[in-house]
Design a protein around this ligand. Structure first.
Ligand code: MIC
Ligand code: SF4
Length: 643
């Protein structure tokens, strides 16, 4: 099928169950490992439950709790109990709240080169740092994979990112991925896989590689991957898992659909300016800008290497008096190492606030900055309002830039006075005591009872697509609408397990009346339609951004373009993902306009071309669906199709 193979092709061909990469537009792949986190996990497991499978069927399923950990009110704790009881029953390994962030933990304890991983979180590609094809998807896709079903991806084009040279002291992996984002932006990369190769690869340790593949999610690619070689082996050996290592590099003579070269020696410290991870500026340009808050951590930059680097920079000094500095480590392992080597004491003495090793600030669950603040953060997304403060200006930076700036309270160049690089540890402290049900993994415990608190509501079911649709344009939004605009997180996150309650907040940041208007048109027998610009649904894997609109009677989205995970989620919930045949028609549609889709069902059964009467005009829309996707839309979504 493939001749000389790159790493991506090697893993995909070993897992191929449907489609031919040389002929077909979509491939079905077997999924070895799955992961969920609590905010998407409750829905994934409710959906898994409804599939009536006695236990999970994939090689390894892990359920992490890291997003909703603040536990104000009963909702979060109810979710945790539900997740724990489900894990016990179905043979899923359960990572207790407090153990750490899913992606960091999975890399440390479970990821295996050459395997596939599907996770209900868009940063699942972190696993690419260890040589996995690791993909983010909606919860229901994870449920299907746990039941042994295939996962479908667009047949990828593979872009080789050739690394040469070595990073200068003070620069790090974050600057490399920001460089890639500067080149390719956050849209237009749907269907690609970015594969890193070249002599510069061996200069990056596994946590650095994972930073790059993690934030590759912001490109909108299917995933990113590094080879597995000596550096990977050393990491796994230090994690006591050398048996999980295999060598996996591109064949000599393997090719890529496109190649981009980065000389690591020429990379300079970068930052992503508000409000997009693709809005790249140099630290040089921003130097001296006053900063109010600095937050270090998140699944992008919370490894031992990262936090130790910060500690070395702050050693014997104190953070500036008018800046607030918070540190959230990625896992207990990281915290334990920092405690043992004295870094924790250094950070405390330097005046940092030590936070729980969880998503926390990254998702606006706490530590929202003050009105109009400038906040430097080491996480991966700076969408407007995600920090919890709409007026805040969030810049994404490396831990090195964050630490240097913490000392002066102004954006500072990390290459001035840099600290020595942190060598990869020879042995990580291993303590798996907060992973439960390892001994019953895959088998489960027969008769175990599922605990369901009042916040856990049943999953609503989709309806088959009718022959024609009488609809209304419920909202018209612009370009780059993220899932944070569609389904806000922060204070709203606790309603994740309760669709009717969470649906009240759909589009809250853009239009707080959206819910009420949709319910009114639904009651009047009209379908709702969302009209959007370029790159609709950027960002997370949260299927609630499709599930809650479905609950509000949304039947179609018409956009100039739609991002990969969100498009798949729309289809999974029976919402038609249309694009304008003529993007200029976007200007013809207004919010509140009646939209008439005659023969929409026949159009989906046919070639995906449909016409819509928008007021007095007729516009043409299109959706390119595979046979599988067509079936899902016609019957009202994946869950309905399984039934
Ligand atoms: C995110 O970083 O946006 C999240 C919160 O982790 C989401 C998942 C979610 O919405 O629960 C993601 O990245 O998929
Ligand atoms: Fe958690 Fe932030 Fe990573 Fe999402 S991006 S998984 S919220 S740490």
């Amino acid at each position: 099928m493939y001749g000389k193979m790159n790493v991506t092709q090697k893993i995909l061909s070993a897992h191929l169950v449907e489609g031919d990469p040389l002929k077909d537009a979509e491939l079905g792949i077997r999924i070895d490992q799955t992961l969920t986190q609590d905010a998407t996990g409750t829905m994934a497991y409710l959906q898994f439950e409804s599939m009536d499978v006695p236990h999970v069927r994939n090689e390894l399923a892990v359920s992490y709790v890291d997003h909703n950990t603040v536990q104000i009110g009963y909702e979060n704790a109810d979710d945790h109990d539900f997740l724990q009881s489900v894990a016990k029953k179905y043979g899923i390994v359960y990572s207790k709240c407090g153990n750490g962030i899913c992606h960091q933990l999975h890399l440390e304890r479970f990821g295996k080169p050459g395997r596939t991983l599907l996770g209900s979180d868009s940063h699942t590609p972190t696993g690419g740092g260890i040589g996995m094809i690791a993909i983010g998807a909606g919860g229901i896709d994870i449920a299907v994979a746990m039941a042994g079903g295939a996962f479908h991806i667009p047949t990828p084009k593979v872009r080789g990112i050739r690394l040469s040279g070595r990073l200068r002291r003070g620069c790090s992996a974050k600057d490399v991925i920001l460089k890639v984002l500067e080149k390719y932006g956050t849209k237009g990369n749907v269907g690609w896989i970015f594969e890193y190769f070249g002599p510069g690869v061996r200069t990056l340790d596994v946590p650095s590689r994972a930073t790059i593949t993690n934030m590759g999610a912001e490109l909108g690619v299917t995933t990113s991957v590094f080879p597995s070689e000596g550096v990977t082996r050393q990491f796994l050996e230090a994690q006591g898992r050398v048996g999980d290592w295999i060598e996996l590099t591109a064949d000599r003579g393997a090719t890529y659909d496109d190649v981009f070269e980065i000389d690591l020696g020429k990379v300079e410290p970068l930052m992503a300016a508000p409000h997009s991870p693709g809005n790249i500026v140099t630290v040089r340009k921003m130097k001296g800008t006053k900063v109010n808050q600095i937050m270090i951590g998140s699944c992008t930059n919370s490894s031992y290497r990262d936090i130790r680097t910060v500690a070395l920079r702050l050693k014997g000094r104190h953070v500036a008096e008018d800046v607030e500095v918070g540190i959230a480590c990625g896992s207990r392992q990281v915290v334990e190492m920092l405690a043992r080597d004295g870094s924790l004491a250094i950070l405390i003495q330097a005046g940092c606030r030590i936070l729980e090793n969880a998503c926390g600030f990254c998702i606006g669950a706490h530590m929202s900055p003050r009105t109009g603040a400038i906040s430097l953060r080491t996480n991966n997304r700076n969408f407007e309002g995600r920090s919890g403060t709409k007026s805040a200006q969030v810049y994404l930076v490396s831990p090195e830039t964050a630490a240097a700036s913490a000392l002066t309270g102004k954006v500072a160049d990390p290459c001035v006075d840099p600290v020595a690089s942190v060598p990869p540890p020879k042995r990580f402290p291993i303590d798996d005591s907060m992973f439960l049900y390892r001994s019953t993994a895959r088998r489960g415990v027969k008769g175990a009872k599922i605990v369901r608190g009042p916040n856990i509501a049943p999953v609503p079911k989709g309806e088959p697509l009718p022959a024609s649709l009488k609809a209304v344009c419920a909202i018209k939004v612009g370009d780059k609408i993220t899932t944070d605009h569609i389904m806000p997180v922060g204070a709203r996150l606790k309603f994740r397990s309760n669709v009717p309650a969470y649906a009240k907040f759909v589009f809250e940041p853009c239009d707080p009346q959206f819910h009420d208007r949709c319910m009114a048109s639904k009651a009047a027998g009209l379908a709702n339609v969302i009209v959007a610009g370029e790159s609709y649904g950027q960002g997370s894997s949260r299927e609630h951004a499709a599930l809650c609109p479905m609950y509000l009677g949304v039947k179609a989205v018409i956009a100039k373009s739609i991002e990969r995970i969100h498009r798949a989620n729309l289809i999974n919930f029976g919402i038609v993902p249309f694009t304008f045949e003529n993007p200029g028609d976007y200007d013809l549609v207004e919010a509140g306009m009646p939209l008439q889709f005659d023969g929409i069902r026949a159009a989906i059964e046919g070639d995906g071309h449909a016409t819509v009467k928008a007021g007095k005009r007729t516009i043409k829309v299109f959706t390119a669906l595979s046979g599988r996707e067509r079936r899902l839309i016609l019957c009202g979504g994946l869950l309905a199709s399984l039934k």
